[in-house]
Design a protein around this ligand. Structure first.
Ligand SMILES: Cc1cc2nc3c(=O)[nH]c(=O)nc-3n(C[C@H](O)[C@H](O)[C@H](O)COP(=O)(O)O)c2cc1C
Length: 139
């Protein structure tokens, strides 16, 4: 199981957005921007679903998910790709955290669900010799 390292958490703390990819049952990809993401543990993150439609539908049929995150402001640029399996929760502690996170910034919005990504692999996307490698290979 992959673990979010301090380096990955640092990039996640600085970014303003993420690219979130899912696939439908036929393997047709769907990638969308998201902003509201929270680290739940060293191998789980949560995305607040306010407007997600295809992403939500895809997860029901095919739970694979990839999330790309990067830091534009450091040189050299840094980025990571998180891959794993997603699930959706529409009530409970994690859903309540999604509501709290969104309302703190946008009080008029209420998430429909919390999407939880259980991370199985993390890859480096930073330009350079380690690009594409699993972070476990480069530590
Ligand atoms: C910069 C940016 C940030 C966004 N952040 C979120 C977010 O945190 N949660 C959300 O549900 N939608 C967010 N959206 C809206 C979704 O990306 C948008 O509704 C998208 O069409 C959903 O695609 P889907 O139906 O393929 O899942 C954001 C959009 C942009 C442009």
């Amino acid at each position: 199981m992959a673990k979010l390292t301090l380096d990955v958490k640092d990039v996640m703390g600085k970014t303003r957005g993420y690219a979130v990819a899912t696939c439908d049952k036929n393997g047709i990809p769907n990638v969308v921007p998201t902003h509201f993401v929270k680290i739940l543990s060293d191998d789980e993150i949560m995305l607040a679903d306010i407007f997600l439609k295809k992403t939500f539908e895809n997860i029901q049929k095919n739970p694979v998910m990839a999330v790309s995150v990067w830091d534009w402001d450091v040189k050299p640029r840094k980025g990571f790709q998180l891959k794993g399996t997603a699930r959706v929760e529409t009530s409970g502690k994690i859903y309540d955290m999604a509501v709290e996170m969104v309302k703190a910034e946008k009080p008029d919005l209420t998430p429909k669900s919390a999407v939880i990504l259980k991370i199985t692999d993390i890859f480096v996307t930073s330009p350079g010799p380690n690009a594409g490698k699993n972070i476990e290979e480069v530590e």
